[in-house]
Design a protein around this ligand. Structure first.
Ligand SMILES: C[S@@+](CC[C@H](N)C(=O)[O-])C[C@H]1O[C@@H](n2cnc3c(N)ncnc32)[C@H](O)[C@@H]1O
Length: 299
């Protein structure tokens, strides 16, 4: 793992993390314990109290991290807010925020991209954060996570990143212009709509499956397939199990299981759940709730 990346200066971004060799989709790039964690209700005083409990060398590590909020916030709070990563379930897409955040000596060096190649996941049992590749990565590529809601349009993403982290994003998606930018914004907006429409398709599972397939196509076109696909597979699984289409339900559950393994690791509770459903879709609450029909599995 330690040989997978190097930390170096990146023009316009401070430091960042670069792949030192080819990394395959699903590979664990880093597993790290926090220097310390803190609940959402943090203040400069609370952070200074937590930092003072660290060893001298850990205190130096904390203050050596970037502070992009210098002059806007007191130094400890600015450093914390620049580097904090969620320690708990967090979804930029649904707006669900983890109640705890942590500071990581290495993990806090990952920069942001709106087409991320790395997923960060807090393992509650280990109380460590993992970083896994969401697609194949070539040597020399920067390893980036997502700091923002990827289903927002470019200008909204830039506004949010500027407000929270005081930088302008120039990732491949944010650097688009003209018709290409319009197409990218259109796909992300449509994906957000589909996310909500799919949730309302419980009584019309055939329509739900069509919308899932449309969403997966848009995710692929937008370069986000490996990052945001798992919830769509789970939705498709539920549609199939509700109409007792067992073979298709198993196939969708398997796709969800693969996605959870890739992004969070095979031992995470979500992967275990999907593995169980892929063996026995009847175990799901919605099994057989609607008239039997065949909906079909993933393409
Ligand atoms: C958690 S730190 C990431 C590591 C940091 N670059 C460093 O030097 O340690 C977050 C800060 O990195 C910079 N950053 C992250 N992603 C960036 C990007 N895509 N473009 C420019 N700066 C970025 C911003 O200053 C941001 O506030």
């Amino acid at each position: 793992m330690d040989d997978d990346f190097i930390i170096q200066d990146i023009p316009g971004k401070g430091k960042g993390v670069i792949a030192a060799r080819a990394i395959s989709s699903g590979d664990l790039v880093l597993l790290e314990s926090p220097l310390f964690t803190m609940t959402l209700s943090r203040t400069n005083t609370k952070i200074l109290t937590a930092v003072s409990a660290l060893t001298d060398s850990q205190q130096r590590q904390f203050f050596a991290l970037a502070n992009s909020l210098r002059g806007k916030l007191p130094p400890a709070l600015g450093t914390f807010n620049t580097n904090v990563l969620p320690c708990g379930y967090n979804s930029n897409t649904t707006g669900h925020a983890a109640t705890e955040g942590g500071i990581f000596v290495i993990g806090s060096r990952f920069n942001s991209s709106c087409v991320p190649n790395i997923n960060n996941y807090w393992d509650e049992q280990l109380r460590q954060i993992s970083f896994r590749a969401v697609r194949d990565i070539v040597a020399g590529e920067e390893l980036c996570i997502a700091y923002t809601d990827l289903l927002s349009v470019r200008d909204e993403r830039r506004r949010e990143l500027h407000e929270k982290f005081a930088f302008e994003c120039h990732c491949t998606a944010c650097s688009l212009s003209g018709a290409q930018l319009e197409a990218s914004d259109g796909r992300r907006s449509r994906l957000r709509q589909l996310y909500q429409e799919i949730a309302g398709c419980g009584m019309n599972p055939a329509l739900g499956i069509r919308k899932v397939k449309h969403a997966l196509t848009l995710l692929k076109e937008e370069g986000l397939l490996g990052f945001l696909d798992q919830s769509y597979y789970y939705d498709a699984f539920q549609f199939c199990t509700s109409v007792s289409d067992i073979a298709s339900a198993k196939a969708w559950a398997r796709k969800a299981w693969e996605a959870e393994c890739r992004n969070k690791g095979p031992d995470c509770p979500e992967a275990k759940k999907m593995e169980n459903y892929s063996r026995d879709p009847r175990a799901h609450l919605s099994f057989g709730m609607l008239r039997k029909q065949r909906l079909g599995g993933p393409d």
